[in-house]
Write a protein that binds this ligand. Sequence first.
Ligand SMILES: Cc1cc2nc3c(=O)[nH]c(=O)nc-3n(C[C@H](O)[C@H](O)[C@H](O)COP(=O)(O)OP(=O)(O)OC[C@H]3O[C@@H](n4cnc5c(N)ncnc54)[C@H](O)[C@@H]3O)c2cc1C
Length: 379
Amino acid sequence: MKGISKIAIIGGGIGGMCTAIQLKKQNFDVDLIEINSTLTPVGAGITLSAATLRAFKEIGIIDQILQEGGILNLVELYTSEGELIGQSPLQSAIGADELPGGVGIIRTKLAEILKNKLEDLGVNIILNNTINEISQTSEQVSIVLKDGEQRVYDLLIGADGVRSRVRNLIFPEFKGSQFTHQGSWRVVVPRLLENCAIFLGKELKAGMNPISATQSYLYILDHIEKDEIIDPQQWSKLLSNLLSEFKGVISDIKAQIDQGKITLEHIVYRPLSVHLMEGSWHKNRVVLLGDSIHATTPHLASGAGIAIEGAIILSQELAKDQSLEEALTHYQKRHFERAKMVIETSVKLGQLEINNGSKLEHRSLMHSTLDALRQPLTV
Ligand SMILES: Cc1cc2nc3c(=O)[nH]c(=O)nc-3n(C[C@H](O)[C@H](O)[C@H](O)COP(=O)(O)OP(=O)(O)OC[C@H]3O[C@@H](n4cnc5c(N)ncnc54)[C@H](O)[C@@H]3O)c2cc1C
């Protein structure tokens, strides 16, 4: 695109790193600015759906992901007693038939793979820094960093997550996220099963997905009244209570938590909330990407997936012979409906779980949405 060469990306999460990779491949001059001292923070496991794997093929890191992660081809359904009652295969995304239906991976490992790609491409990475101010003219966007340095760019991309500072500076009218009355527990555990497994309790559902040859992560969503932080010192006990109705391998994991073999460093808890920015995602030369505009719950394991698809679509639009305004408008137009579908379906799935609604409806909604996500991106 004429007139755009220097681009700053604020936020070095999955969305920001993928955007930096795609833009650098197109020879844009990219600075990636991350508030933390590392691009590879410690985290739990993450599931990459078929559509997300297709997106990572485009980013160019699929071989490393397949090598490091746990391959997911089959979901097994168990009763809370641990009796196997069903199996369903996970299908590949259209246009990526050679790839599996999913991969589980440790977040830190995924971030490391992305960071290595950024370094290979020569992206300028600025750590321990953030923006304090943004000002724009029709020709450029200027930012003032935390350390007082002023920098000038042709385009600024805010990929700084749910509490995005870029969004708050550019769109101060943004109303914030909506709490969904569920809390998410994730625990890195030994890999006790070959495939993905879902255990159906009376009210709660627990699951385990492989994330490497030797590890899985266990997840469970709790129903909660208040959007509040829980003291981590209470996590092991609360989690152990939640798992107590499950038998089989889940009770083995509970025993390891009770015995202190699985400790706090393996557990992540957070209350869940969602948001989708309905208005424009850009203002002049500043545009938003990923969780800053569309944050979802883990029900479809697709939040990171849509952030990566956003990175691909934005970089495709910036490569075209059109004005910046057209590129940023087309990016939102092509991406909005998929993001909306993921968020709205995730909220519905959560409500069905909270209200102990139809398990059949839950399954069919999940299947039809994952199937829709397997379809190619619009061009
Ligand atoms: C419990 C839970 C489980 C999930 N599981 C899955 C899953 O299995 N599969 C899946 O696809 N998705 C999952 N998601 C969603 C997924 O984690 C997010 O959608 C994805 O991480 C969004 O990426 P992002 O880059 O937009 O934001 P983030 O990953 O939040 O990255 C934002 C980055 O910006 C940095 N930053 C923040 N503020 C500033 C600032 N002011 N200046 C500079 N840098 C800043 C942060 O440090 C961070 O590095 C899950 C979400 C939740 C809540």
